[in-house]
Design a protein around this ligand. Structure first.
Ligand SMILES: Nc1nc2c(ncn2[C@@H]2O[C@H](COP(=O)(O)OP(=O)(O)O)[C@@H](O)[C@H]2O)c(=O)[nH]1
Ligand SMILES: [Mg+2]
Length: 196
């Protein structure tokens, strides 16, 4: 897709703050530092529209970006690394859970996981939530430039097994460094956002 305009719109702290108007939207979720801001910037062809930083997870807001005046990208807050099994719901915030449950214009959740690492308990919890709310999901394997060529297939297969994904769930190999995956991901986004 050609990006003509990409602008920050607002930060919503709860479902009621989300923009009205019925535009389709795509949400991006994943643990802090997974490469979400970098992916958004790569998709939108901007250097730093979505702030990238080495200090993980401070914001708890849903950050809206307008794309070409016809689509929203929603940057969800990153969730932490803590190993203790705490409920994603409690930790990540009621507002976000409510958003995932109820936002009518949400067409797809892009769930980012690091291609090199084991998914966390939170990743599993998020997938369970999305499954419970019957949200279409695409898995993005980030930082693929860090995976050796010979290990690529194994890394993707390992993720599929570790996340216990259904066969029909797509995994997109992605790198903000090489821009691998930008096009396939746009193809998926275009498809879901056109289908009314
Ligand atoms: N090698 C590599 N590093 C990346 C990639 N994407 C992000 N990073 C790095 O990972 C760190 C976290 O990235 P950021 O986009 O801020 O992650 P966020 O916390 O999920 O928004 C930064 O140091 C980025 O430079 C990638 O595709 N390849
Ligand atoms: Mg970020």
């Amino acid at each position: 897709m050609k990006i003509y305009t990409a602008d920050f719109v607002k930060s919503a702290v709860k479902l009621a703050d989300c923009p009205a108007g019925g535009r389709p939207e795509i949400a991006f979720a994943g643990r802090s530092n997974v490469g979400k801001s970098s992916l958004l910037n790569a998709l939108l062809n901007r250097k730093s529209l979505a702030k990238t930083s080495k200090t993980p997870g401070k914001t708890r807001t849903l950050n809206y970006f307008d794309v070409n005046g016809r689509l929203y990208f929603v940057d969800l807050p990153g969730y932490g690394y803590a190993k203790a099994p705490q409920q994603l719901k409690a930790l990540w915030g009621k507002a976000i859970t409510e958003y995932l449950a109820k936002r009518q214009t949400l067409r797809l959740v892009a769930h980012l996981v690091d291609a090199r690492h084991e998914p966390t308990e939170r990743d599993h919890e998020l997938l369970e939530l999305l499954d419970a709310y019957q949200r279409p999901v695409v898995i993005i394997a980030t930082k693929m430039d860090k995976v050796k060529k010979s290990q690529r297939l194994a890394a993707i297969n390992r993720l599929r097994r570790a996340l216990d994904l259904d066969e029909d769930v797509l995994i997109v190999a992605f790198s903000a460094v090489t821009r691998e995956g930008v096009r396939p991901l746009w193809d998926v986004i275009a498809e879901v956002s056109n289908a009314q």
